[in-house]
Design a protein around this ligand. Sequence first.
Ligand code: 1PZ
Length: 204
Amino acid sequence: YKSTTSTDTPLAAMAEAFEELSRSLQSKDLRLAPFCSACALVSVLFSFLGFAFKFAEAEYVSKVHSLLEASKTYDTLNRIIDHDVEHNIVRTPGSHARNLRRVRQGLGLIQAIFEEFLTTNDCSLRTAASTAYSQVCAPYHTWTVRKAVFAGMYALPTRDQLIAKLKETDFSVGMEMRRYIEASRPIINYIDDLYISRDIKLDW
Ligand code: 1PZ
């Protein structure tokens, strides 16, 4: 038995952090620092994925870290987009608006992997991750990155190994993944709207 509000597993901590962010959305602009803290929790997942995803972890962590640094200057997500629009660097490699787009794609990928993982009770992690990655991220990645990701999929743990590493059970893993899926949805939509509302397309 696991309590629904515990944060003693990595998934529960992630779910809790995104639920908290979603609640804060109702009243005001999303603040950058708490957003980065929630995104940083996601990186514990990488430690369960094997050596092949070290490069993905480094990519993700450096972008979250860069946004955390930016939070010393810019209070909200809106502020960094305004700044980068003003300086015409929204899509410039390394800009905050670009890093935010990449981190958002990471959040969307995890959401999609969890959704695939929960479609059936015997879907392997590799199948879930391959399907989700193909749909959500692959179209925006270079050929080299896509090759590396698909090669790395073969080194992923099995479904049962992942559940054990996450310190979940067959039952609790579904509950915690669903919590993350639901809680991250409004955050992801909010981030997409930051771009769309400024007439910035999301095809990159
Ligand atoms: C339990 C879940 C198992 C999932 C396993 C699947 C992981 C797929 C990881 C995909 C990694 C792609 C890494 C490289 C991406 C780079 O091309 C871009 C470059 O951005 P630029 O510098 O040009 O602006 N970097 C990113 O998109 C940064 C974020 C990538 C990592 C997202 C992973 C999300 C978490 C996966 C689960 C832990």
